[in-house]
Structures are given as structure tokens and as C-alpha cells.
Write a protein that binds this ligand. Structure first.
Ligand SMILES: Nc1nc2c(c(=O)[nH]1)N(C=O)[C@@H](CNc1ccc(C(=O)N[C@@H](CCC(=O)O)C(=O)O)cc1)CN2
Ligand SMILES: Nc1ncnc2c1ncn2[C@@H]1O[C@H](COP(=O)(O)OP(=O)(O)OP(=O)(O)O)[C@@H](O)[C@H]1O
Length: 237
């Protein structure tokens, strides 16, 4: 028979599984027109924010329309092709290494650095055009300022439920450890979410789930942690 902690872990796993299935259904029913309106509004909030403008090293996910993820195309394009008036930023995007939750964030300088994987998500090749390994956030000499996170379900306290791979939680635990070791400033962990992805009931989490500092919704930026409240101004309408 399973031990008590074993039962609690199993129950949590089951609750997350049900939550993911129900949110995938909700997202499938969310009209394309609303999705597009929210995609535009969310990206506009990011692109016009001081914390975006002031960031120099930025991690973003490359959105997958099939998975109904909030679009990041304009954010990524703005980083890769900045206007003359904007300060240049370095962009890092995820690359899955295996199916045991190992993922790296690699430096890219152009969309030509990307190839679409079997899951339909664009990812960087491990090496650049010269054959040299791409810079990885976990091995870099400087901290990143902002990490844009994908996810399926969120609550207003910053709890986040992803797709169940554990990739982001494992990456974040390693990166936050590195930040502590190096005495770097903490990055802002910002999730982008459609209105339907923010639920009233607390999202079930375990101690390995890393909460986000802020949410960007079509209605505005919602800073949650003290860290976010210091760095972001409230723009909710
Ligand atoms: N755009 C994007 N890139 C990302 C992630 C992400 O969530 N979004 N990841 C974040 O981890 C990592 C990849 N992890 C992924 C985990 C699951 C699925 C996926 O397609 N899941 C299906 C269910 C598959 C199944 O259950 O067999 C789904 O959610 O419908 C995709 C990527 C790294 N890159
Ligand atoms: N820091 C960690 N170290 C080891 N295992 C972890 C860690 N974080 C999560 N996991 C494991 O990964 C699996 C998936 O976790 P969880 O359900 O929280 O993923 P998720 O948040 O939906 O996915 P993601 O983080 O990729 O968005 C679980 O078995 C969990 O125990």
C-alpha cells in the first residue's frame, strides 16, 4: 500500500492532470477572435513596459499556436530586430534535451537559428552556424533580467501549472540556485496568460513548483510578488 506522503503526491498529480485537461478544453473553446485580441493586448503591455525596455538579457518561450499559447512573436521580433532608439537585448529560448525534464535556455540572434521540433515548437540548434556551442543561461557570466514563462493555468497568487513535463520548474530551480551562488539579482518571472487561464481557486502546487512574480493579461500587468511590485507599475484597467 502507498505511504501517506505517497498518496498525497498521487492526489496532487491527479488534481493537476484534471486541471490541465479541463483548461485544454476551455482553450479549445476560446474563440479565435478573442485569442487574437488578447495576444495583441498582452504583447503590447510587455512591449510598452519599462521592465521590458530596461531588460538587457531576456528569456522567452517561442509560442506554439497549436498548443493555444499566448503569442510571443512580436516580443521575439522586437528583441531580434530592435529599432535604432531601442537598446539591444540578448535573447535566450528553450531547448529540450531529453524527456526527463532537462531543458536549456540558449542564445539566439535570428529566427534562422531556429528549427521546429517534433512537438511543433521552434527551438535553437545546440551549435551556431560556426559549429560553436550556443551560450546557455546556466553557463553564462551574466544574469538574465526577465524570464517569460508559458503555462496552462494560473491563479492571482502566482501559482502556475504547466504542461506537466517539469521542464520549467527544473530549469528555474537550477537557475535560482545559480543566482544565489553568484549573488546575482533575481530575475523577474513573468507569465503571459489569456483571461480564461486565470482561475479563482488556488492552483494545486507542490514545493518544487516555482511561483511567478507577475502575470501579463490582456487587461494589464499584474505584479504579484514584492520583487515585482518594486520593479513594475500596476497598469490593470
Ligand atoms: N512554447 C513552449 N516551449 C517550450 C515549453 C512550452 O510549454 N511551450 N516547454 C515547457 O515545458 C518545454 C517543452 N515542453 C513541452 C511539454 C509538453 C508539450 C505538449 O505538447 N504537451 C501536450 C500533451 C502531450 C502528452 O500528454 O502526451 C499538451 O500539453 O497538449 C510540449 C512541450 C520547452 N519549450
Ligand atoms: N525542481 C525539481 N526537481 C526534480 N523534479 C521536479 C522539479 N520540479 C518538478 N519536478 C517534477 O517534474 C514533474 C512535473 O512537474 P509539474 O507537474 O509541476 O510540471 P509543470 O509545472 O506542469 O511543467 P513545467 O514546469 O514544464 O511547466 C513532477 O514529477 C515533478 O515532481
Amino acid at each position: 500500500m502507498a505511504s501517506l506522503p505517497g498518496l498525497a503526491v498521487e492526489l496532487l498529480r491527479q488534481k493537476k492532470k484534471e486541471l490541465r485537461s479541463s483548461m485544454k478544453l476551455t482553450l479549445r473553446k476560446f474563440p479565435l477572435e478573442s485569442r487574437q485580441e488578447e495576444d495583441a493586448a498582452i504583447q503590447k503591455h510587455v512591449l510598452s513596459a519599462d521592465w521590458f525596455e530596461q531588460s538587457r538579457r531576456f528569456c522567452a518561450y517561442l509560442s506554439c499556436a497549436k498548443l493555444r499559447e499566448v503569442d510571443t512573436t512580436q516580443i521575439v521580433a522586437s528583441i531580434l530586430q530592435p529599432n535604432a532608439s531601442e537598446l539591444a537585448k540578448e535573447l535566450y529560448v528553450p531547448r529540450v534535451l531529453d524527456n526527463e525534464a532537462n531543458m536549456v535556455m540558449l542564445h539566439v540572434s535570428s529566427t534562422n537559428d531556429l528549427i521546429t521540433n517534433s512537438m511543433g515548437i521552434a527551438e535553437p540548434e545546440l551549435t551556431d552556424s560556426d559549429g560553436s556551442p550556443r551560450e546557455s543561461v546556466l553557463e553564462a557570466n551574466y544574469p538574465v533580467d526577465v524570464l517569460l514563462l508559458p503555462g496552462l493555468v494560473f491563479d492571482r497568487s502566482g501559482r502556475r501549472c504547466g504542461r506537466g513535463g517539469g521542464y520549467y520548474d527544473v530549469f528555474l530551480s537550477k537557475y535560482l540556485e545559480l543566482v544565489k551562488d553568484k549573488n546575482w539579482k533575481r530575475p523577474l518571472l513573468v507569465a503571459l496568460a489569456y483571461s480564461v487561464q486565470v482561475v479563482d481557486d488556488p492552483v494545486p502546487v507542490s514545493e518544487t513548483d516555482v511561483p511567478v512574480d507577475a502575470l501579463v493579461l490582456a487587461s494589464g500587468v499584474l505584479p504579484i510578488s514584492e520583487h515585482a511590485k518594486k520593479l513594475m507599475s500596476t497598469q490593470l484597467t
